[in-house]
Design a protein around this ligand. Structure first.
Ligand code: SAM
Length: 313
C-alpha cells in the first residue's frame, strides 16, 4: 500500500533537483516549487497518489496526484474561510455535511460552532484520513469531535441518498476536477446538494482560481444560478501555496475561490454575516488565525475582470 519508495516521482526532480514542483494540466506552463527537506510518505491509494514531505519553509505538505492540498503554514486560511463563510452566514447551524476534506481541517473548524449538533463527512479516500492522522495531528484533530460521523465513500453517491431538506449547510472541500473529484463540479451534484439542504440552507464549495480557471468558474456559476433559488455568490481568499499565475518558483501568490449559495427560503445575505464566531466560546480551541468578520465581507469583493463574467451569468 505504501507504493514504490525507491522510484523518485517526476514532481521531485524535473524542475529543480531536491525541490517539489507542482505540475498539472490545470495550470500548464507553470510549476510552483518548494524545497524538500525529507519525504515522509509515498503511497498509492485506489484513487490517487499520496505524498507527504517536510518542506524547508511551509512545514509538512500533503500532496495528492502531484497537487498540494495543504501545508502546515497556510492551511488555516483555506480551512477557516471555506467553513466560516457559510456557517457564520446563517443563524444556529445544527446539521452540517462535509464532502471530501479527508485531512480533517474543515471538521476542526466546524467544531468551533457550538450550535452544531451533527457533522457528517463523506471522504472517498481512507488513505488521506490515515495519513493526516499520522502526519498532521493539528489538522486531523477535527476527527476527534464526538459530533463527527465519518463515512468513507463517494460524495456524489452519498448526497444522492441523503434525506431531502436535511442539512443546514453543506461544505464541499474537494480536490480539483481531475480525478475522483470531477463529478463534484458538475450540475447533477449541485442538484443533489440543493435537494439535501433545508429551505434557506447554504452550500460552500471549493471553486478554483480567478487567475487560472475562469472557464470552470463560469460553468459553476451558471449551474448554480439555475439550481439555487436563494442567493449565488463567489468569494475568494489568499492561500500562498495554491496555484498562481506566475511561473517563477519563488513568487508565491496563490488564490482560491469559493461558491456560496443558498436555497429558496429565509434570505441569506452572505456578505453580512449574522452568526459571528466567538473565539472564547470553546476554551479548548486554538484561536482563529485568519478568519474575522472584516475578511468575511471583503472576500466577496471581486476584481473587475471577474465581476464582469460572474455577474453576467
Ligand atoms: N482541506 C484541503 C486544503 O486545506 O486545501 C483541501 C483538499 S481535501 C484533502 C480534498 C479531498 O477530497 C481529498 O481528500 C479527496 O480524496 C477528496 N475527494 C475527491 N473526490 C471525492 C469524492 N468524489 N467524494 C468524496 N471525497 C472526494
Amino acid at each position: 500500500e505504501n507504493g514504490d519508495q525507491t522510484k523518485e516521482p517526476a514532481c521531485f526532480s524535473s524542475v529543480i533537483p531536491g525541490w517539489f514542483s507542482e505540475m498539472s494540466p490545470m495550470w500548464p506552463g507553470e510549476a510552483h516549487s518548494l524545497k524538500v527537506e525529507k519525504v515522509l510518505f509515498q503511497g498509492k491509494s485506489d484513487y490517487q497518489d499520496v505524498i507527504v514531505f517536510q518542506s524547508a519553509t511551509y512545514g509538512k505538505v500533503l500532496v495528492l496526484d502531484g497537487v498540494i492540498q495543504l501545508t502546515e503554514r497556510d492551511e488555516c486560511a483555506y480551512q477557516e474561510m471555506i467553513t466560516h463563510l457559510p456557517l457564520c452566514s446563517i443563524p444556529n447551524p445544527k446539521k452540517v455535511l462535509v464532502i471530501g476534506g479527508g485531512d480533517g481541517g474543515v471538521l476542526r473548524e466546524v467544531a468551533r460552532h457550538a450550535s452544531v449538533e451533527q457533522i457528517d463527512m463523506c471522504e472517498i479516500d481512507k488513505m488521506v484520513v490515515d495519513v493526516s492522522k499520522q502526519f498532521f495531528p493539528n489538522v486531523a484533530i477535527g476527527f476527534e469531535d464526538p459530533r463527527v460521523n465519518l463515512v468513507i465513500g463517494d460524495g456524489v453517491a452519498f448526497l444522492k441518498n441523503a434525506a431531502e431538506g436535511s442539512y443546514d449547510a453543506v461544505i464541499v472541500d474537494s480536490s480539483d476536477p481531475i480525478g475522483p473529484a470531477k463529478e463534484l463540479f458538475e450540475k447533477p451534484f449541485f442538484q443533489s446538494v440543493a435537494r439535501a439542504l433545508r429551505p434557506g440552507g447554504v452550500v460552500c464549495t471549493q471553486a478554483e482560481s480567478l487567475w487560472l480557471h475562469m472557464d470552470i468558474i463560469e460553468d459553476i456559476v451558471s449551474n448554480c444560478r439555475e439550481i439555487f433559488k436563494g442567493s449565488v455568490n463567489y468569494a475568494w481568499t489568499s492561500v500562498p501555496t495554491y496555484p498562481r499565475h506566475v511561473s517563477l518558483p519563488f513568487n508565491i501568490h496563490g488564490v482560491i475561490g469559493f461558491m456560496l449559495c443558498s436555497t429558496e427560503g429565509p434570505d441569506v445575505d452572505f456578505k453580512n454575516p449574522v452568526n459571528p464566531i466567538d473565539d472564547s466560546s470553546s476554551k479548548s480551541d486554538a484561536p482563529l488565525k485568519f478568519y474575522n468578520a472584516e475578511i468575511h465581507s471583503a472576500a466577496f469583493c471581486l476584481p473587475s475582470f471577474a465581476m464582469k463574467v460572474i455577474e453576467s451569468k
